[in-house]
Design a protein around this ligand. Structure first.
Ligand SMILES: NC(=O)c1ccc[n+]([C@@H]2O[C@H](COP(=O)([O-])OP(=O)(O)OC[C@H]3O[C@@H](n4cnc5c(N)ncnc54)[C@H](O)[C@@H]3O)[C@@H](O)[C@H]2O)c1
Length: 362
Protein backbone atom coordinates (compact mmCIF):
# COMPACT_ATOMS: atom_id res chain seq x y z
CA UNK A 1 0.00 0.00 0.00
CA UNK A 2 1.25 3.48 -0.92
CA UNK A 3 1.56 5.50 2.32
CA UNK A 4 -0.93 8.33 2.68
CA UNK A 5 0.84 11.69 2.64
CA UNK A 6 0.03 13.89 5.61
CA UNK A 7 0.43 17.66 5.90
CA UNK A 8 0.56 19.18 9.40
CA UNK A 9 -0.99 22.57 10.06
CA UNK A 10 0.14 23.95 13.44
CA UNK A 11 3.73 23.18 14.51
CA UNK A 12 3.51 23.96 18.25
CA UNK A 13 4.05 22.01 21.46
CA UNK A 14 2.26 18.80 20.47
CA UNK A 15 3.55 18.53 16.88
CA UNK A 16 6.86 16.80 17.78
CA UNK A 17 5.35 13.56 19.06
CA UNK A 18 3.04 13.34 16.02
CA UNK A 19 6.00 13.86 13.66
CA UNK A 20 8.04 11.15 15.39
CA UNK A 21 5.16 8.70 15.41
CA UNK A 22 4.09 9.31 11.80
CA UNK A 23 7.49 7.80 10.92
CA UNK A 24 6.66 4.67 12.94
CA UNK A 25 3.37 3.86 11.23
CA UNK A 26 3.75 2.55 7.65
CA UNK A 27 0.29 3.69 6.42
CA UNK A 28 1.32 7.37 6.73
CA UNK A 29 4.15 9.62 5.62
CA UNK A 30 4.78 13.19 6.80
CA UNK A 31 5.04 15.29 3.64
CA UNK A 32 4.80 18.93 4.72
CA UNK A 33 4.37 21.30 7.67
CA UNK A 34 2.70 24.71 7.83
CA UNK A 35 2.14 27.27 10.58
CA UNK A 36 1.05 30.91 10.75
CA UNK A 37 4.55 31.36 12.17
CA UNK A 38 6.60 30.17 9.19
CA UNK A 39 9.76 29.78 11.30
CA UNK A 40 7.97 27.04 13.29
CA UNK A 41 7.01 25.24 10.07
CA UNK A 42 10.61 25.46 8.90
CA UNK A 43 12.00 24.12 12.16
CA UNK A 44 9.56 21.21 12.12
CA UNK A 45 10.21 20.44 8.44
CA UNK A 46 13.98 20.51 8.98
CA UNK A 47 13.85 18.18 11.96
CA UNK A 48 11.53 15.61 10.42
CA UNK A 49 12.55 15.71 6.75
CA UNK A 50 9.42 17.33 5.34
CA UNK A 51 8.70 20.46 3.28
CA UNK A 52 7.84 23.78 4.97
CA UNK A 53 4.92 25.44 3.20
CA UNK A 54 2.50 28.25 3.92
CA UNK A 55 -0.97 27.02 4.87
CA UNK A 56 -2.63 27.75 1.51
CA UNK A 57 0.13 26.05 -0.47
CA UNK A 58 -0.13 22.98 1.77
CA UNK A 59 -3.89 22.84 1.27
CA UNK A 60 -3.46 23.13 -2.51
CA UNK A 61 -0.76 20.44 -2.72
CA UNK A 62 -2.23 17.52 -4.71
CA UNK A 63 0.07 14.97 -2.99
CA UNK A 64 -1.38 15.58 0.45
CA UNK A 65 -4.43 13.45 1.31
CA UNK A 66 -4.78 14.08 5.06
CA UNK A 67 -4.44 17.44 6.80
CA UNK A 68 -3.40 16.93 10.43
CA UNK A 69 -4.74 20.00 12.21
CA UNK A 70 -2.67 20.67 15.36
CA UNK A 71 -3.74 24.29 15.84
CA UNK A 72 -5.32 25.64 19.07
CA UNK A 73 -9.04 24.84 19.54
CA UNK A 74 -10.44 28.06 18.04
CA UNK A 75 -8.63 27.36 14.76
CA UNK A 76 -9.76 23.71 14.49
CA UNK A 77 -12.95 24.55 12.61
CA UNK A 78 -11.62 27.11 10.08
CA UNK A 79 -8.53 25.02 9.30
CA UNK A 80 -10.52 21.77 8.97
CA UNK A 81 -13.18 23.47 6.84
CA UNK A 82 -10.53 24.87 4.49
CA UNK A 83 -8.91 21.40 4.28
CA UNK A 84 -12.22 19.72 3.36
CA UNK A 85 -13.01 22.47 0.85
CA UNK A 86 -9.61 21.80 -0.71
CA UNK A 87 -10.59 18.12 -1.08
CA UNK A 88 -8.48 16.72 1.78
CA UNK A 89 -9.54 14.42 4.61
CA UNK A 90 -8.78 16.01 7.96
CA UNK A 91 -7.77 14.82 11.43
CA UNK A 92 -8.13 17.45 14.16
CA UNK A 93 -6.57 17.68 17.56
CA UNK A 94 -9.29 17.75 20.22
CA UNK A 95 -11.88 19.12 20.53
CA UNK A 96 -13.31 18.53 17.04
CA UNK A 97 -14.49 22.16 16.97
CA UNK A 98 -15.64 24.74 19.50
CA UNK A 99 -19.35 24.89 18.61
CA UNK A 100 -21.67 21.99 17.83
CA UNK A 101 -22.77 23.68 14.56
CA UNK A 102 -19.15 23.82 13.43
CA UNK A 103 -18.59 20.14 14.16
CA UNK A 104 -21.83 19.22 12.33
CA UNK A 105 -20.80 21.26 9.29
CA UNK A 106 -17.44 19.45 9.10
CA UNK A 107 -19.13 16.03 9.17
CA UNK A 108 -21.75 17.06 6.60
CA UNK A 109 -19.19 18.52 4.20
CA UNK A 110 -16.95 15.46 4.52
CA UNK A 111 -19.92 13.17 3.76
CA UNK A 112 -20.86 15.31 0.73
CA UNK A 113 -17.32 15.17 -0.62
CA UNK A 114 -16.63 11.54 0.31
CA UNK A 115 -13.78 12.56 2.61
CA UNK A 116 -12.97 11.40 6.15
CA UNK A 117 -12.92 13.37 9.39
CA UNK A 118 -10.95 12.06 12.34
CA UNK A 119 -10.15 13.56 15.70
CA UNK A 120 -7.94 13.12 18.74
CA UNK A 121 -7.73 11.63 21.25
CA UNK A 122 -6.49 8.28 20.02
CA UNK A 123 -5.30 7.14 23.45
CA UNK A 124 -8.30 4.79 23.57
CA UNK A 125 -6.56 2.76 20.83
CA UNK A 126 -3.62 2.08 23.16
CA UNK A 127 -2.80 -1.03 25.17
CA UNK A 128 -4.37 0.13 28.45
CA UNK A 129 -7.83 1.17 27.29
CA UNK A 130 -8.06 -1.67 24.73
CA UNK A 131 -7.31 -4.17 27.53
CA UNK A 132 -10.17 -2.57 29.52
CA UNK A 133 -12.41 -2.80 26.48
CA UNK A 134 -11.69 -6.50 26.07
CA UNK A 135 -12.35 -7.15 29.77
CA UNK A 136 -15.73 -5.40 29.56
CA UNK A 137 -16.65 -7.11 26.28
CA UNK A 138 -15.67 -10.49 27.78
CA UNK A 139 -18.01 -9.86 30.72
CA UNK A 140 -15.24 -9.67 33.36
CA UNK A 141 -17.20 -7.12 35.44
CA UNK A 142 -20.68 -8.07 34.27
CA UNK A 143 -22.99 -5.31 33.05
CA UNK A 144 -21.60 -1.77 33.56
CA UNK A 145 -23.69 -0.05 36.24
CA UNK A 146 -21.78 3.18 36.84
CA UNK A 147 -18.52 4.98 36.17
CA UNK A 148 -16.48 7.78 37.69
CA UNK A 149 -13.97 9.99 35.86
CA UNK A 150 -11.83 12.63 37.55
CA UNK A 151 -9.33 15.03 35.98
CA UNK A 152 -7.99 17.36 38.65
CA UNK A 153 -5.13 19.82 38.22
CA UNK A 154 -4.40 23.52 38.64
CA UNK A 155 -4.27 24.45 34.96
CA UNK A 156 -1.50 24.70 32.39
CA UNK A 157 -0.02 28.18 32.94
CA UNK A 158 2.87 26.70 34.92
CA UNK A 159 4.35 24.78 31.96
CA UNK A 160 2.81 25.65 28.56
CA UNK A 161 4.66 28.46 26.74
CA UNK A 162 1.39 29.92 25.31
CA UNK A 163 -1.31 28.89 27.82
CA UNK A 164 -3.89 31.60 26.99
CA UNK A 165 -6.06 29.28 24.87
CA UNK A 166 -6.77 27.03 27.86
CA UNK A 167 -8.80 29.90 29.41
CA UNK A 168 -10.62 31.01 26.25
CA UNK A 169 -13.76 29.66 24.57
CA UNK A 170 -12.89 26.15 23.33
CA UNK A 171 -10.57 25.67 26.33
CA UNK A 172 -11.34 25.09 30.01
CA UNK A 173 -10.85 21.72 31.69
CA UNK A 174 -13.81 20.01 30.01
CA UNK A 175 -13.06 20.99 26.41
CA UNK A 176 -9.32 20.49 26.96
CA UNK A 177 -9.17 17.26 29.00
CA UNK A 178 -12.78 16.03 28.85
CA UNK A 179 -12.26 14.48 25.39
CA UNK A 180 -9.78 11.93 26.85
CA UNK A 181 -12.18 10.89 29.61
CA UNK A 182 -15.41 11.01 27.60
CA UNK A 183 -13.93 9.24 24.58
CA UNK A 184 -12.66 6.48 26.89
CA UNK A 185 -16.09 6.17 28.56
CA UNK A 186 -17.95 6.05 25.22
CA UNK A 187 -15.49 3.46 23.92
CA UNK A 188 -15.91 1.33 27.04
CA UNK A 189 -19.60 1.81 27.90
CA UNK A 190 -21.26 3.29 24.80
CA UNK A 191 -23.00 6.54 23.87
CA UNK A 192 -24.67 8.93 26.31
CA UNK A 193 -28.44 9.65 26.35
CA UNK A 194 -28.61 12.74 28.57
CA UNK A 195 -26.35 14.87 30.76
CA UNK A 196 -26.53 17.41 33.54
CA UNK A 197 -23.93 19.35 35.45
CA UNK A 198 -22.68 22.37 37.36
CA UNK A 199 -19.81 24.69 36.48
CA UNK A 200 -17.97 27.64 37.99
CA UNK A 201 -15.09 30.04 37.39
CA UNK A 202 -13.03 30.08 40.60
CA UNK A 203 -10.20 32.45 39.61
CA UNK A 204 -11.18 35.27 37.21
CA UNK A 205 -7.54 35.73 36.10
CA UNK A 206 -4.47 33.50 35.89
CA UNK A 207 -0.81 34.52 36.11
CA UNK A 208 1.52 32.72 33.73
CA UNK A 209 4.52 31.24 35.57
CA UNK A 210 6.12 29.46 32.58
CA UNK A 211 8.64 31.04 30.20
CA UNK A 212 8.63 33.14 28.05
CA UNK A 213 5.49 34.94 29.31
CA UNK A 214 6.17 34.66 33.06
CA UNK A 215 4.20 37.27 35.06
CA UNK A 216 1.61 37.94 32.32
CA UNK A 217 -1.93 38.03 33.74
CA UNK A 218 -4.58 36.45 31.49
CA UNK A 219 -8.37 36.64 31.77
CA UNK A 220 -10.41 33.48 32.38
CA UNK A 221 -13.40 33.39 29.98
CA UNK A 222 -14.66 29.84 30.59
CA UNK A 223 -15.67 27.63 33.55
CA UNK A 224 -12.65 26.04 35.20
CA UNK A 225 -14.47 23.58 37.46
CA UNK A 226 -16.99 21.36 35.68
CA UNK A 227 -18.97 18.56 37.37
CA UNK A 228 -21.25 16.41 35.23
CA UNK A 229 -23.60 13.44 35.47
CA UNK A 230 -24.09 11.24 32.41
CA UNK A 231 -26.86 8.74 31.70
CA UNK A 232 -25.53 6.26 29.16
CA UNK A 233 -27.94 4.71 26.66
CA UNK A 234 -27.37 1.27 28.21
CA UNK A 235 -28.50 2.56 31.62
CA UNK A 236 -25.10 3.05 33.29
CA UNK A 237 -24.62 6.33 35.18
CA UNK A 238 -21.36 8.27 34.94
CA UNK A 239 -19.99 10.99 37.21
CA UNK A 240 -17.26 13.24 35.79
CA UNK A 241 -15.27 16.13 37.25
CA UNK A 242 -12.77 18.09 35.19
CA UNK A 243 -11.08 20.98 36.95
CA UNK A 244 -8.24 23.49 36.68
CA UNK A 245 -9.04 24.76 40.21
CA UNK A 246 -7.74 21.97 42.47
CA UNK A 247 -4.20 21.95 43.92
CA UNK A 248 -4.22 18.33 45.10
CA UNK A 249 -6.55 15.31 45.06
CA UNK A 250 -6.35 11.55 45.61
CA UNK A 251 -9.09 10.52 43.20
CA UNK A 252 -8.79 7.70 40.64
CA UNK A 253 -8.75 8.64 36.93
CA UNK A 254 -11.55 6.36 35.69
CA UNK A 255 -13.32 3.46 37.43
CA UNK A 256 -16.10 1.35 35.93
CA UNK A 257 -18.43 -0.46 38.30
CA UNK A 258 -20.14 -3.57 36.92
CA UNK A 259 -22.75 -6.01 38.23
CA UNK A 260 -19.95 -8.57 38.85
CA UNK A 261 -16.97 -6.42 39.78
CA UNK A 262 -15.03 -3.17 39.34
CA UNK A 263 -12.43 -2.08 36.80
CA UNK A 264 -9.71 0.50 37.46
CA UNK A 265 -8.93 2.16 34.13
CA UNK A 266 -5.53 3.80 33.49
CA UNK A 267 -5.05 7.53 32.83
CA UNK A 268 -6.87 8.08 29.52
CA UNK A 269 -4.26 10.69 28.54
CA UNK A 270 -1.78 7.80 28.19
CA UNK A 271 -1.63 4.67 26.06
CA UNK A 272 -0.46 2.20 28.71
CA UNK A 273 -1.60 0.65 32.01
CA UNK A 274 -1.99 -0.25 34.76
CA UNK A 275 -5.32 -2.02 34.40
CA UNK A 276 -6.71 -3.44 37.65
CA UNK A 277 -9.81 -5.47 38.38
CA UNK A 278 -11.60 -6.63 41.54
CA UNK A 279 -14.39 -9.18 41.17
CA UNK A 280 -17.43 -9.49 43.44
CA UNK A 281 -15.78 -12.07 45.75
CA UNK A 282 -12.17 -10.78 45.55
CA UNK A 283 -10.41 -9.50 48.65
CA UNK A 284 -8.02 -7.27 46.66
CA UNK A 285 -7.49 -5.54 43.36
CA UNK A 286 -5.49 -7.56 40.81
CA UNK A 287 -3.37 -6.10 37.98
CA UNK A 288 -4.26 -7.52 34.58
CA UNK A 289 -1.49 -8.00 31.95
CA UNK A 290 -2.07 -5.77 28.89
CA UNK A 291 -3.52 -7.73 25.97
CA UNK A 292 -2.98 -5.18 23.20
CA UNK A 293 -0.07 -3.33 21.52
CA UNK A 294 0.87 0.39 21.76
CA UNK A 295 1.52 0.94 25.49
CA UNK A 296 3.88 3.85 24.70
CA UNK A 297 2.93 7.40 23.60
CA UNK A 298 1.46 6.56 20.17
CA UNK A 299 -0.27 9.86 19.32
CA UNK A 300 -0.89 9.62 15.59
CA UNK A 301 -2.18 6.03 15.74
CA UNK A 302 -5.65 7.38 14.97
CA UNK A 303 -4.27 9.14 11.88
CA UNK A 304 -2.63 5.89 10.69
CA UNK A 305 -5.91 4.01 11.29
CA UNK A 306 -7.73 6.70 9.27
CA UNK A 307 -5.15 6.39 6.46
CA UNK A 308 -5.87 2.65 6.25
CA UNK A 309 -9.60 3.41 6.03
CA UNK A 310 -8.91 5.92 3.26
CA UNK A 311 -7.13 3.23 1.22
CA UNK A 312 -9.51 0.35 2.02
CA UNK A 313 -12.78 2.29 1.96
CA UNK A 314 -13.51 0.97 5.47
CA UNK A 315 -14.23 2.81 8.68
CA UNK A 316 -11.80 4.18 11.24
CA UNK A 317 -11.95 4.38 15.02
CA UNK A 318 -11.03 7.92 16.11
CA UNK A 319 -13.87 9.14 13.94
CA UNK A 320 -15.64 12.45 13.46
CA UNK A 321 -18.92 10.88 14.66
CA UNK A 322 -17.33 9.84 17.96
CA UNK A 323 -15.67 13.25 18.41
CA UNK A 324 -18.93 15.03 17.59
CA UNK A 325 -20.80 13.00 20.22
CA UNK A 326 -18.10 13.91 22.75
CA UNK A 327 -18.38 17.61 21.77
CA UNK A 328 -22.15 17.38 22.21
CA UNK A 329 -21.75 15.84 25.70
CA UNK A 330 -19.32 18.59 26.78
CA UNK A 331 -21.73 21.31 25.64
CA UNK A 332 -24.66 19.51 27.25
CA UNK A 333 -22.94 19.59 30.67
CA UNK A 334 -22.29 23.35 30.35
CA UNK A 335 -25.80 24.03 28.98
CA UNK A 336 -27.35 22.01 31.81
CA UNK A 337 -25.53 24.16 34.36
CA UNK A 338 -26.60 27.39 32.63
CA UNK A 339 -30.24 26.25 32.35
CA UNK A 340 -30.62 24.19 35.58
CA UNK A 341 -31.74 21.16 33.57
CA UNK A 342 -30.98 17.75 32.17
CA UNK A 343 -30.05 17.98 28.47
CA UNK A 344 -31.15 15.17 26.13
CA UNK A 345 -28.46 14.52 23.53
CA UNK A 346 -29.44 14.55 19.89
CA UNK A 347 -26.15 13.01 18.74
CA UNK A 348 -25.03 9.43 19.16
CA UNK A 349 -22.37 7.13 17.73
CA UNK A 350 -21.51 3.47 17.73
CA UNK A 351 -18.76 2.17 19.98
CA UNK A 352 -15.58 2.16 17.86
CA UNK A 353 -14.43 -1.33 16.82
CA UNK A 354 -11.87 -2.87 19.19
CA UNK A 355 -8.26 -2.84 17.99
CA UNK A 356 -6.83 -6.09 16.60
CA UNK A 357 -4.27 -7.62 19.01
CA UNK A 358 -1.78 -7.64 16.13
CA UNK A 359 -1.92 -3.86 15.68
CA UNK A 360 -3.64 -1.69 13.07
CA UNK A 361 -2.14 -3.44 10.07
CA UNK A 362 -3.49 -6.78 11.23
N1 LIG B 1 0.52 20.67 24.36
C1 LIG B 1 0.05 19.49 24.69
O1 LIG B 1 0.61 18.78 25.57
C2 LIG B 1 -1.15 18.93 24.01
C3 LIG B 1 -1.47 17.59 24.26
C4 LIG B 1 -2.53 17.02 23.59
C5 LIG B 1 -3.29 17.78 22.73
N2 LIG B 1 -3.00 19.09 22.53
C6 LIG B 1 -3.88 19.84 21.61
O2 LIG B 1 -3.13 20.16 20.45
C7 LIG B 1 -3.58 21.42 19.92
C8 LIG B 1 -2.39 22.34 19.83
O3 LIG B 1 -1.82 22.47 21.11
P1 LIG B 1 -0.31 22.96 21.30
O4 LIG B 1 -0.05 22.80 22.75
O5 LIG B 1 0.58 22.30 20.30
O6 LIG B 1 -0.51 24.53 20.95
P2 LIG B 1 0.60 25.60 20.55
O7 LIG B 1 0.05 26.92 20.84
O8 LIG B 1 1.92 25.19 21.17
O9 LIG B 1 0.74 25.39 18.97
C9 LIG B 1 -0.26 25.72 18.05
C10 LIG B 1 0.41 26.16 16.74
O10 LIG B 1 -0.62 26.43 15.79
C11 LIG B 1 -0.29 27.60 15.07
N3 LIG B 1 -1.52 28.16 14.53
C12 LIG B 1 -2.53 28.78 15.20
N4 LIG B 1 -3.54 29.09 14.37
C13 LIG B 1 -3.17 28.67 13.14
C14 LIG B 1 -3.78 28.71 11.86
N5 LIG B 1 -4.99 29.24 11.69
N6 LIG B 1 -3.11 28.20 10.81
C15 LIG B 1 -1.88 27.66 10.98
N7 LIG B 1 -1.23 27.59 12.17
C16 LIG B 1 -1.89 28.08 13.24
C17 LIG B 1 0.41 28.48 16.08
O11 LIG B 1 1.23 29.46 15.45
C18 LIG B 1 1.20 27.44 16.88
O12 LIG B 1 2.50 27.24 16.34
C19 LIG B 1 -4.66 21.91 20.89
O13 LIG B 1 -5.92 21.57 20.39
C20 LIG B 1 -4.37 21.15 22.17
O14 LIG B 1 -5.56 20.94 22.91
C21 LIG B 1 -1.92 19.67 23.12
Amino acid sequence: MQPVKVGIVGCGAISGIYCRNLRRFPPVELAACADLDFARAEACAREYGARALDVNTLLADPEIEIVLDLTPPKAHYPVALAALEAGKSVYNEKPLAVEREEGRRLLDLAAEKDLLVGCAPDTFLGAGLQTCRKLIDDGAIGEPVAATAFMTCHGHESWHPDPEFYYQVGGGPMFDMGPYYLTALVCLIGPVRRATGSTRITFPTRTITSEPKQGTVIPVDVPTHVAGVLDFRNGAIGTIITTFDVWAAELPRIEIYGSEGSLSVPDPNTFGGPVRIRGAGDEEWREVPLTHPYPENSRGLGVADMALALRSGGSHRASGDLAFHVLDIMHAIHDASNNSAHVELTSTCSRPEPMPVGGIEA
